[in-house]
Design a protein around this ligand. Structure first.
Ligand SMILES: Cc1cc2nc3c(=O)[nH]c(=O)nc-3n(C[C@H](O)[C@H](O)[C@H](O)COP(=O)(O)O)c2cc1C
Length: 315
């Protein structure tokens, strides 16, 4: 089987592989640049970082990535959404991915600056709206994905529906961990794939040692769905903290910097994600994709790419 060409606006990565944006400093410049250098699209998770931090991350990624393609992922639910978009565009970012909803304004800004906008969608209806609004492509994200989820339906169900509904490129996301999964998505019509969990277990991903150990030790039954104060379900690894969430005993936030447009304030998801990222995994939320238990090694990004391509070619 041949790898599809993934054209997003004027961008044409060597391989149709996008590293999914992971906020709270899970996908930072080091990871994004390594993916870009390997021939994919590297994405900095930009939600809940300051505008100065975002600027610094983009500049660092550019320096490390050479001519590779660098994007940012900004959740619409973030209070600073517009300012983060503006900062990324002013820094000359190649592409913006937007999750957990999107506004029409971002497309106007994208058009004015010639920056492709790629919404993450979970239904044909949302994909059609994105295309009409001016999206350069969509990421179709199924229920197997990590982090906040927009659907309880499998990528295998929604991908063909979304592909039939729009003419723009459709990138499949959710549960893809190897070249066989990639081939399956391409057979179902994907123009490319987005993977996040596989890249957490890379040498270039700068999360704490304890975070990666939780991933490596995860069993299938440890991957659960939690309720997030964002108002969406989230896929995470079971631990002492998620048990508190599920029993309704999780402590309410002591302080709040109103990082989200809407928040139930049941607990502070920002603090929970920061704790986990920094190694206090039992006091936080470790987001992950459904198939984390299939990944058994931490590898350099370049080796992950070599294996993905070899496995794909063997299909
Ligand atoms: C730790 C983690 C954090 C994530 N953070 C974000 C985020 O900030 N914004 C977003 O749109 N998606 C986020 N995602 C979703 C990924 O970008 C990606 O689409 C999804 O996880 C793909 O499924 P996979 O992890 O099984 O490959 C996150 C996923 C993980 C695992």
């Amino acid at each position: 089987m041949k790898l599809p060409e993934l054209k997003i606006g004027k961008l044409l990565p060597r391989f149709p592989i996008i590293q999914g944006g992971m906020s709270i400093s899970v996908s930072t410049a080091c990871l994004a640049a390594a993916v870009a250098r390997a021939g994919g699209i590297g994405v900095i998770g930009a939600t809940a970082i300051s505008l100065d931090e975002l600027k610094a991350e983009i500049r660092k990624a550019r320096k490390l990535a050479g001519s590779g393609i660098i994007g940012v992922n900004i959740m619409y639910a973030a209070r600073q959404f517009t300012e983060l978009v503006e900062t990324a565009i002013n820094e000359g970012i190649d592409v913006i991915f937007t999750g957990a909803g999107f506004s029409r304004d971002i497309f106007l800004r994208g058009r004015a600056s010639d920056t492709p906008i790629v919404p993450i969608v979970s239904s044909a209806r949302a994909a059609i709206l994105a295309e009409k609004s001016g999206a350069a492509a969509v990421v179709a994200e199924g229920a197997e994905a990590g982090g906040h989820l927009g659907t309880d339906r499998s990528i295998k169900e929604i991908l063909p529906e979304i592909k039939r509904a729009v003419k723009i490129p459709v990138v499949a996301a959710g549960g893809i961990v190897d070249g066989r999964d990639m081939a399956e998505m391409v057979k179902l019509g994907a123009d490319g794939v987005q993977m996040a969990t596989r890249f957490v277990l890379s040498e270039e991903c700068k999360v704490a040692y304890e975070y990666k150990q939780m991933y490596l030790q995860a069993r299938e039954e440890d991957v659960i769905i939690i309720k997030s104060p964002v108002g969406l379900p989230g896929r995470a690894l079971k631990n002492a903290f998620t048990e508190l969430i599920q029993s309704g005993e999780v402590p309410e936030p002591e302080e709040c910097n109103a990082c989200l447009k809407n928040c139930s304030r049941d607990y502070c998801i920002y603090k929970a994600l920061v704790n986990a990222r920094n190694g206090k995994v039992d006091e936080g939320v470790v987001f992950t994709g459904q198939n984390v238990f299939k990944i058994k090694e931490i590898l350099p990004v370049a080796v992950i790419f070599d294996r993905l391509l070899a496995e794909f070619a063997a299909c």
